[in-house]
Write a protein that binds this ligand. Sequence first.
Ligand SMILES: [Zn+2]
Length: 281
Amino acid sequence: MVEASTPQSHNELSPQLLAADEPGPFQVLNPLAGSPILLVCDHASCRFPKSLGDMGLDPFARRCHLAVDIGAGPLTEKLAVSLGVTAVLAQYSRLVMDCNRQLMDPSAFLQFGDGTLIPGNRNLHQSDKDLRAEALYWPYHAAVDKQVQRLRNIGPAPAFIAVHSFTPVMNGEARPWEMGVLWDTDTRLRDIFLQDFTAAGFKVGDNEPYSGKAPQDFTIDHHAEEIGLPHIGIEVRQDLIDDDAGVDKIAKVMHTIIESIPKRINGAGDVEERTRVHDRG
Ligand SMILES: [Zn+2]
């Protein structure tokens, strides 16, 4: 089951970011599932609102790793379907508005990254930023919040898993890891993923290629850390999931790990059992 958002309606005099015939800012997979797991994917999409044109970017730049976490959306969808768990995915490019940043962070509207200028984000007025935040950022985070509250109301604190992917080369430097586990102070899911990814033969970065202790990340800090949910950021190297076969392979590994989480942290029975009990939708 999929809950699709629709563009926010505004009165006719105010400018609109999304047209009525465009997808809404987010989608929710399995919005009524009962498993104490929530997957989120902030950077799932390379879609741009028609109203912003090409933002001065060529077709390559509009699909590159600055625009989207390549493979992360399909991987999140595959996991949501195979595990029967809830997932919330953003439906527009992070170059339009990075949902994993504080609103005040300049990189919420990236102007330059990895050798590429983003002309459509230069000299933005506050009203441009507000328009994007109202149309994309707040609806997405409200959808995540709604699912966190729903899952907390029906069972143990859900494990909050943010799925990302990283480019093998950044600013000319090759990265040695295949997977990364990003965490700050809560080691519950970090220990599980680090141990199981390593056992599955992957080179795992422990708070690499990014650190969960970095202050600029927003989604996990805001939705999970503040209220003590077990949480983790998973980073998968993009070349491992840039086609269907790769997504299938990594999804199988992650499926087994995620399926084991409720028992390992809550002793709360397996995923299927909880789904049977609660998912009547
Ligand atoms: Zn990402």
